[in-house]
Design a protein around this ligand. Structure first.
Ligand SMILES: Cc1cc2nc3c(=O)[nH]c(=O)nc-3n(C[C@H](O)[C@H](O)[C@H](O)COP(=O)(O)OP(=O)(O)OC[C@H]3O[C@@H](n4cnc5c(N)ncnc54)[C@H](O)[C@@H]3O)c2cc1C
Length: 566
């Protein structure tokens, strides 16, 4: 049958893309199904500094709206709460026009070949060993296989120089101020999960025939995992394939979605395994729609229960984020050419990037150039847990850009510190179905800071803001003194904790299909990423772990116990 493969992988982000490519390189026939399409050499993907254009691009963005609190009174005070206006547009703020419907906090995602690694900021921090407590392997070896290290001389032990992921300029776990490591080439071109897929698809033998048995189907949104529940081993359901809708924009998070365009229902089958890599929101959504999840929830939507797995969609967590915004006494001016950060043909920065002149110019630089790594007083396992960076753009969260909702222009004396709380303590987040229609979006609530664990995260964030204040307050004239605009306008003492609580944002969600031990009732996966209670089904993506760890998971899942994998 020509719709049968050894493996089917669903989703081509850091979890699914490298995994499908590596399985095919190992001689397995693989069907890679991706809901979005391939944007080929889109400049907004390739220039990391243009990431904000990519994550707002209607051809690849998936608009998720989430809640951060159970108490909607807190949500209503978030300055970036997004509403759908009666004319179908967006309003962002706390004073919506009459008739507007509350959507939630905007949470960018990518529905495109390469997933969110095509629009993210490319920061490539080496994960802490403690991230791997549940996986029985030494994961550092997968990091080493993954990287093409530009930071140390070739041949340096403990580093690799032929992995597919270009990492510059450093990787380790120190506390201090560093140049941020970024997954891009030394010429400033983004490297992402799309690269290994395209490399394997394009590889040919000397006679010109296709080298590896990888089939990519874009615009193929998987709606259901198919199981064999009959026969000798019927007590353990075996995943045998998937059902999908072939067509453009089949998921309602896609801004181009049109409910009246139905798509074509198709099926494909796997001889060995179905691997789900739809990302932190779509993997648990797909499991639930397929009958794997909390029994009561599935039954309330008339979904036949294949395995009662209460952990699917729970344990959701995220790096909580906030920022310190100030104005310096002097304006900041660029020492280099004036970049447009858009698509005009005569942008001097684009010419420099294309030709490599002057080290490629500003567009060849990392989007997040400086990494301030701190350890708060409540850091888990005594490991660094705050990642901050300074910028001349204000630190603020995300919202969908449209004619009506544009960020305010930042004055030229803007100085900010954005802050990400790593190794979060809070794990109360949930993803629940809203219907049994696979095209409908789930309901997501991170429930930040709602228990004692979450309060520790809040405390760490306060310390991050205080650190930022200490730095700006130590800057002498003529650049200082700095005037704080938030959390505490005019440097007048205020309740920083309350500000963070109400104005939080985030965009690194994980763990909605968590790996866990046999005795953990909320464990969804075992340490080999197999979905508990099933056969032939694994989840390999950010729903188990964050992005760089996800690239590493992808290698472990493909059995890459060999040298460089480019
Ligand atoms: C704006 C932004 C900036 C970020 N910056 C950084 C950063 O600097 N550093 C960092 O480490 N992390 C960053 N991240 C997070 C990081 O990009 C993600 O954690 C990572 O991409 C997750 O990989 P994934 O494979 O789990 O899922 P994704 O990257 O979300 O990929 C999932 C893929 O599956 C496809 N898909 C989903 N459902 C289906 C389905 N049913 N059928 C078919 N296909 C499907 C989607 O279209 C998508 O292509 C950022 C994220 C965002 C949104």
């Amino acid at each position: 049958q020509n719709n049968t493969y050894d493996y089917i992988t669903v989703g081509s982000g850091p979890g699914g893309g490298p995994l499908a490519a590596n399985l095919a390189k190992a001689g397995q026939s693989v069907l890679l199904l991706e809901a979005g399409d391939d944007r080929w050499t889109a400049l907004d993907q390739e220039i990391i500094g243009w990431a904000f254009l990519a994550f707002n691009h209607p051809a690849q963005r998936w608009d998720y709206f989430v809640k951060y609190h159970s108490d909607n009174e807190l949500t209503l005070q978030n300055e970036h709460l997004t509403w759908r206006t009666t004319d179908g547009g967006f309003y962002v703020g706390t004073d919506p026009p009459s008739g507007a419907k509350e959507l939630g906090m905007y949470y960018p995602r990518a529905g495109t070949l390469g997933g969110c690694s095509t629009h993210n900021a490319g920061v490539a921090l080496r994960p802490s060993d403690s991230d791997w407590n549940e996986t029985a392997a030494n994961m550092l070896k997968y990091f080493i296989q993954l990287e093409n290290d530009h930071t140390v001389p070739k041949g340096t032990p403990g580093h690799s120089f032929d992995g597919f992921l270009d990492i510059s300029p450093y990787r380790d776990q120190r506390v201090g101020i560093f140049e941020a490591p970024t997954h891009m080439t030394t010429a400033g071109h983004r490297v992402d999960a799309r690269n290994p897929v395209i490399a394997v698809l394009n590889a040919t033998n000397s006679d010109g025939s296709k080298k590896y048995p990888l089939t990519l189907r874009t615009e193929s949104y998987v709606t259901k995992i198919l199981f064999n529940t009959t026969g000798v081993n019927s007590e353990t359901p075996q995943a045998i394939g998937v059902e999908f809708l072939a067509g453009k924009s089949m998921f309602s998070a896609d801004p181009r979605f049109n409910a009246s365009v139905k798509g074509t229902k198709m099926q494909a089958f796997a001889r060995k395994e179905v691997i789900i890599s739809g990302g932190v929101f779509n993997s648990p959504l797909l499991l639930k729609l397929s009958g794997i999840g909390p029994k009561d929830e599935l039954e309330s939507f008339n979904i036949s229960v294949i395995v009662d797995l209460p952990g699917v969609g729970s344990n959701l967590q995220d790096n909580t984020e906030s920022g310190l915004n100030t104005k310096a006494a002097l304006n900041f001016t660029s020492l280099g050419p004036s970049c447009t950060f858009a698509f005009p043909p005569d942008d001097p920065c684009l010419t420099a990037w294309e030709t490599g002149v002057g080290d490629g110019g500003p567009y060849a630089q990392a989007a997040v150039p400086d990494a301030i790594m701190l350890k708060s007083s409540v850091a888990a396992l005594n490991e660094r847990d705050i990642f901050m960076w300074g910028s001349t753009n204000a630190a603020r969260g995300f919202w969908p850009l449209s004619a009506e909702s544009q960020p305010p222009a930042d004055p030229p004396n803007t100085w900010s510190y954005s802050m990400v709380k790593m190794h979060v303590h809070g794990k109360l987040g949930t993803l629940n179905l809203t219907s049994n229609n696979p095209q409908d979006m789930p309901e997501i609530n991170f429930k930040f800071y709602e228990d004692a664990n979450g309060q520790l995260d809040l405390q760490a964030m306060v310390e991050g803001i205080e650190f930022g204040r200490k730095v700006v307050n130590s800057v002498p004239t003529p650049i200082g003194p700095f005037n704080e605009t938030s959390p505490c306008p005019g440097n007048v003492p205020c309740d920083t904790k309350d500000y963070i609580l109400k104005q939080t944002w985030s965009h690194h969600a994980t763990s909605s299909c968590a790996i866990g031990a046999d005795n953990d009732p909320l464990a969804v996966l075992d340490s080999e990423f197999r979905v508990r209670g099933t056969k032939g089904l694994r989840v390999v993506d950010g729903s188990a772990f964050p992005v760089l760890p996800t690239f590493m998971l992808s290698l472990k899942a493909a059995g890459c116990d060999f040298g460089g994998s480019r």
